[in-house]
Ligand binder design. Structure first.
Ligand code: PLP
Length: 424
């Protein structure tokens, strides 16, 4: 990819961008001067699709007009509401329709998955994670270990970057698995690390772990809607993701879960059941048939009936993903992020360093930038100039040019502020 530094180049890229029309389908927050903000925080909270409001209105009308009958009446009856996500979710994560379900929220789903897929024995009780994982994942894993009477100091193994480095080496993951795999019950990794933006080699981690007899789950919070996923073909045992980052499903949106088909009908798996995971034919006969009969597939891990309004926003967003398609999205993503990298490379190399992998196959759209001096001042001037990005004190800013709604001019403007602040 050949890039140029001038603004004209950015304008020209936007004019010929095949996805340019999608930006108008979102509400773009405003900068302090009233113009559109340069929103690079879609890895934290994705923007609102304009279609959400009308779709929510439809559900409110169905509730107003039908009351309880809305479970079976109206445009999208609530009784089967979650089923409409199976196929679109499958397209996002590379799964068959019976392998995905939208339910709860991410950390809750990680717990529910661990109830079924973390079964420590005397000889095989450990969990392997990346360092540093997102805090919620670490809390979830540590409290699961406590729940099983285990001490995280003994039973939690973390793969750290080598001394002086920021990224976890695939080689080091495989060495740990080769040396200690027989003691590891579960490998739980992020798909894309939230902090560094490193995309892990999920198929290789899965193969190496399963070869040692471990089960493998991925937290796809920063991967879903950002990079290509093929969970079924990779043979991943389970995964969970949130729908409010790249997937634009709104704050606290209902999460997603993947359970591989090989586990679909297993009756030996422990789980925390509830009526919505039960066979719908007998679900309402609970006073007559009191035994929990999980429905096959990911659906069988549901507990409660789903929050319809929350799912409605996710529906609006998934419709857009289906319209654009992950392949097209990833094409633009690679180019837009490479352009950002190119412009950062023109800046003061002593002050700025991209810590995200340089290899486009090992990252999504986020770049994490180490700012050697004056990080806080830089973030303040970016904010004043209408750039929304994420600052992780003391010295990392994370910027995510999201291909669905960000432009080449957004990227150019960001780099310009970085350059001016440096010299100012
Ligand atoms: C965003 C994020 C979460 C958030 O968890 P919730 O349960 O949705 O609040 C958890 N894990 C990772 C890796 C994340 O990036």
């Amino acid at each position: 990819m050949i890039f140029e530094t001038g603004e004209d180049f950015a304008k020209q890229c936007d004019a010929t961008d095949p996805l340019r029309a999608f930006r108008d389908r979102f509400h773009i927050p405003k900068a302090p001067d009233g113009s559109d903000a340069t929103y690079f925080a879609g890895n934290s909270l994705g923007l609102q699709p304009k279609s959400v409001r009308a779709m929510l209105d439809e559900e409110l009308s169905d509730w107003a007009n039908h009351g309880v009958a809305g479970h079976f009446a109206g445009k999208r009856p609530w009784f089967r509401y979650h089923e409409q996500f199976r196929e679109p979710a499958g397209r996002l994560v590379g799964a068959g329709p019976d392998e995905t379900v939208l339910m709860n929220t991410l950390t809750v789903n990680l717990h529910l998955m661990m109830v079924s897929f973390y079964k420590p024995t005397k000889t095989r009780c450990k969990i392997l994670m990346e360092d540093a994982a997102f805090p919620s994942d670490t809390y979830a894993v540590k409290t699961q270990l406590h729940y099983h009477g285990l001490d995280p100091d003994d039973a939690l193994i973390v793969v750290k970057p080598r001394s002086g480095e920021r990224l976890v080496l695939q080689e080091d993951i495989e060495t740990i698995l080769a040396d200690q795999g027989e003691t590891i019950a579960l490998v739980l990794f992020g798909g894309v690390n939230f902090f560094t933006g490193q995309l892990f080699d999920m198929p290789r981690i899965t193969a190496a772990a399963q070869e040692r007899g471990c089960l493998v789950g991925f937290d796809l919070a920063h991967a879903a809607g950002n990079v290509r996923l093929d969970l079924h073909d990779w043979g991943v045992d389970f995964a969970a993701w949130c729908n409010y980052k790249y997937l634009n499903g709104g704050p606290g949106a209902v999460g997603g879960c993947f359970v591989h088909q090989r586990h679909a009908s297993r009756t030996d798996l422990l789980r925390f059941g509830g009526w919505w995971g039960n066979d719908p034919e007998t679900r309402f006969r609970m006073h007559l048939e009191s035994d929990f009969v999980p429905r096959p597939g990911a659906d069988g891990w549901q507990v409660s009936n789903p929050p319809i309004f929350g799912l409605t926003a996710v529906k609006a967003s998934y419709d857009l993903f289906d319209e654009v398609g992950m392949d097209n999205l990833c094409d633009k993503s690679r180019r837009l992020t490479a352009y950002l990298e190119f412009l950062i490379d023109q800046l003061d190399g002593h002050r700025f360093e991209v810590i995200t992998p340089r290899d486009p196959n090992r990252r999504g759209c986020q770049l994490s930038i180490l700012v050697r001096e004056g990080a806080k001042e830089l973030v303040d001037s970016l904010t004043l100039d209408g750039v929304v990005c994420d600052f992780r004190p003391p010295d990392i800013i994370r910027v995510a040019p999201v291909p669905l709604y960000n432009t080449y001019q957004d990227v150019w403007r960001f780099a310009k502020i970085m350059a001016e602040q440096t010299h100012g």
